[in-house]
Write a protein that binds this ligand. Structure first.
Ligand code: FAD
Ligand code: SF4
Ligand code: SF4
Length: 498
């Protein structure tokens, strides 16, 4: 059944309905409703099937967007799913949380004067529909290849690599210090952007395919990095970046000033129904409090909107630049404003006041100066413009740096960049240690889920190429089940899968 494309002239852009702000404030469920089949088909049919699809060029996964939009428009949803999942390990996740306004949709060149195709929403619908119809299969291999690999980190980079390697027949063990898989998808990004059961749904498929998760297991503490290298044909480091940047200034060590990720992790755990003492005692609960979040990125937006949902009395964002110069997605700023967040632009904290616990923040107004070498405008304090905001909970969301992995792993030869990220050869994805590869935020610095997926997939391909080359160099007897086979790393005391 052929459907005419280029319907943008006739059909306006109609993204999925957004729940009203009052109902959003009351729970942690996603704020966008789903397309139904007719709506998804209509919106997909708006695509003009560009000869040079800039949407695809600006998708980090180079997704074949025009093709799956056409298939979706024609109602050939299973084929649309096959095409979209050929390049993307988690299309249902990217469809929800990619900053599409900066990536695919922001570069949709449909025709001047017409709004972009709702690419993310169609991608999400197609994959959710595929799950509902049982078309999404576990990443099972056709045959085992006799080698095992270890992956450190069950975030999107590690998981994308795990699926690719398992498909190729590797015995895959994924280690994570958390008790659930997902990395920041689980203990970072809140449920109102990405509901937690989506990651659990993937976990079930991964386990069905035979991928082994070693959870609550920190490499460098519970299991040695050297031990992993010894037992596996190759190791992938996909540990993300977690060292929170600190606030400076008098009083920055007062009680009631908390790191963003502690705050968001506690909130996520509560949605799972876990006991979280620091939350239950009130340290990480915003209910009834005047909350100030410091920062202007996605993490800050997530903290602000979490505080609203926890029933804070007031929620303010203190950011030293203005709306046009903030790193967070405009879509999320708008959502936050609708939900009741107040943005205090061009303001920087100078001191935190209180005896033991914070009672107020003293801040100063900033103005934007001339652009620096990178093109970014500098910020200068405005003399005599101090003001004070009362608060009993300050959340620090200033960004993240990598932890010192060579120290944590007792691997001094693991080379780092000047920024402290793990250094790799960008063609082979290999670190300075033979057989050790790295992917995701630990290589790029804090980035995006879609880039972590891309890196995980690419790293898996390079790991396979490297192991195959080792086999070939060692001659015919080296292949087949070996000491690095699936059973080589038997259960350990730290195998506490949740
Ligand atoms: P992570 O997701 O950080 O996963 C790394 C995993 O490694 C973790 O589970 C960690 O527990 C584990 N680990 C670390 N060290 C060890 C060790 N020694 N032993 C065992 N396990 C270890 N991106 C978007 O695209 N859209 C968004 O809307 C978005 N929102 C965000 C909101 C917040 C609050 C934050 C913090 C980030 C957000 N991001 C967003 C960025 C995105 O989450 C990351 O870029 C992405 O998760 C990186 O994936 P990763 O696999 O490299 O690392
Ligand atoms: Fe757009 Fe992200 Fe999907 Fe690529 S993966 S098409 S950037 S939503
Ligand atoms: Fe379709 Fe827009 Fe991509 Fe062109 S840029 S192929 S109109 S989605």
């Amino acid at each position: 059944m052929a459907t005419r494309m280029q319907q943008f002239v006739r059909l306006p852009q109609q993204p999925p309905r957004k729940r009203d702000a009052a109902s959003r404030r009351a729970d942690f469920h996603e704020i966008y409703t789903d397309f139904d089949i007719p709506a998804a088909r209509e919106q997909a049919s708006r695509c003009s099937q560009c000869g040079v699809p800039f949407c695809q060029v600006h998708c980090p996964l180079a997704n074949n967007i025009p093709d799956w939009l056409k298939l979706a428009a024609e109602g050939r949803l299973e084929e649309a799913y096959e095409v979209s999942s050929a390049t993307n390990s988690f299309p249902e996740i990217c469809g929800r949380i990619c900053p599409q306004d900066r990536l695919c949709e922001g570069n949709c060149v449909i025709e001047k004067g017409y709004d972009s195709v709702t690419i993310g929403a169609v991608e999400r619908f197609v994959t959710d529909h595929a799950f509902a119809r049982g078309w999404v299969k576990p990443p099972s291999p056709v045959a085992e290849n006799g080698h095992s690999v270890a992956i450190i980190g069950a975030g999107p980079a590690g998981l994308a690599a795990a699926a690719q390697l398992r498909r190729r027949g590797y015995a895959v063990e994924v280690f994570d210090r958390h008790d659930r898989i997902g990395g920041l998808l689980t203990y970072g990004i809140p449920g109102f952007k990405l509901e937690k059961q989506l990651v659990q749904r993937r976990r079930a498929l991964f386990e069905e395919a035979g991928i082994r998760f070693r959870l609550s297991c920190e490499i460098g503490r519970d299991v040695g990095f050297a031990e992993l290298r010894e037992k596996h044909a190759a190791v992938l480091v996909a540990t993300g970046v977690y060292k929170a940047r600190e606030l400076a200034g008098p009083g920055s060590g007062l009680g009631g000033i908390v790191p963003a990720l502690d705050y968001l992790t506690a909130a996520s755990r509560k949605t799972f129904g876990d006991a979280v003492p620091a939350f239950d005692e009130g340290t990480l609960d915003a209910a009834g409090r005047d909350v100030v979040v410091i920062g202007g990125g996605d993490t800050a937006m997530d903290c602000l909107r979490t505080a609203i949902r926890q029933g804070a009395r007031s929620v303010k964002c203190l950011y030293r630049r203005d709306r046009a110069n903030m790193p967070g997605s405009m879509r999320e700023v708008k959502n936050a404003e609708e939900e009741g967040v107040e943005f205090v632009w061009l303001s920087q904290p100078e001191a935190f006041l209180g005896s033991e616990k914070v009672e107020s923040v003293r801040a100063v107004r900033m103005h934007l100066g001339l652009p620096d070498a990178s093109g970014r405008q500098s910020v200068e304090p405005v003399e005599g413009s101090h003001f004070t905001l009362p608060t009993t909970l300050v959340v620090k969301a200033l960004g993240f740096d990598p932890e010192d992995l060579p120290a944590a792993f007792e691997a001094p030869d693991l080379a780092q960049t000047r920024r402290g990220t793990v250094k790799i050869d960008h063609r082979s994805f290999m670190t300075s240690l033979p057989g050790v590869f790295a992917a995701g935020d630990i290589v790029r610095g804090a980035s995006l889920v879609v880039w972590a997926i891309r890196d995980g997939r690419d790293a898996a391909a390079r790991m396979h190429a490297w192991i195959s080359a080792q086999d070939a160099a060692a001659g015919p007897t080296a292949t087949g089940p070996t000491a690095t086979g699936p059973t080589a790393t038997g259960p350990t005391a730290t195998d506490r899968a949740a």
